[in-house]
Design a protein around this ligand. Structure first.
Ligand code: GTP
Ligand code: MG
Length: 196
């Protein structure tokens, strides 16, 4: 998709603070520091539209962006970051679940996994939960630049086996080289603008 505009709309904690659900929406979820915000920036060709950081736990609110006035992206806080107090963790969990549960305009959930790591218990639980709610999901294996091509192919196979899904469904991606961005866009467009 050719990007003509990409704007930050608002940050929210509770559903009453979400923008009206007028545009098809894509949510980005995954463990803390996996590269959710970087994926969003790469897709829209912006360096820092969604704020990124070396420190896990950068994104702490539900952030809404409007792309080309036709599509909405949602950057969610990461889960599984050990160093936050239990009370804060609970708050984030509630924020993520509250969003995913009740958003009528949600068309696709992009689950982001680090290509170098086996999916965690939290990743597995999230994927199962999304499936049980019949939400459309796409799986992106990010930081692919950290691996050689052959190791990336192996890791994709292994993750597919681990999750019990065909490895072809996993999209290798790198925010550094932009590889995979085209395929992620195609998946987004198919989910948000289906040809009827
Ligand atoms: P939280 O909001 O804290 O949950 O993190 P996040 O998932 O939004 O991750 P973010 O995009 O902030 O990236 C975390 C770190 O990983 C940053 O230092 C990024 O530069 C780095 N990073 C993200 N994607 C890639 C990638 O594809 N390749 C490489 N080499 N580094 C990446
Ligand atoms: Mg982030």
């Amino acid at each position: 998709m050719k990007i003509t505009s990409a704007e930050f709309i608002t940050s929210a904690v509770t559903p009453s603070q979400y923008p009206d659900p007028l545009l098809p929406e894509v949510a980005f979820v995954g463990r803390s520091n996996v590269g959710k915000s970087s994926l969003i920036n790469t897709l829209v060709n912006r360096k820092n539209l969604a704020r990124t950081s070396n420190t896990p736990g950068r994104t702490q609110l539900v952030n809404f962006f409007e792309i080309n006035k036709t599509l909405s992206f949602v950057d969610l806080p990461g889960y599984g970051y050990a160093k936050v107090p239990a009370s804060v963790k609970k708050g984030w969990q509630a924020m993520i679940e509250g969003y995913l549960e009740g958003r009528e305009s949600l068309r696709l959930v992009i689950v982001i996994l680090d290509i170098r790591r086996e999916p965690s218990e939290n990743d597995n639980m999230l994927i199962e939960w999304l499936r049980s709610r019949n939400l459309s999901i796409a799986l992106v294996l990010t930081k692919a630049d950290k691996f050689s091509r052959s190791r990336a192919i192996m890791a994709r196979r292994k993750t597919g086996e681990h999750l019990g899904i065909p490895h072809e469904e996993l999209i290798p991606f790198s925010a550094k080289t932009r590889s995979g961005a085209g395929e992620v866009w195609r998946t987004i467009e198919a989910a948000c603008f289906p040809v009827s």
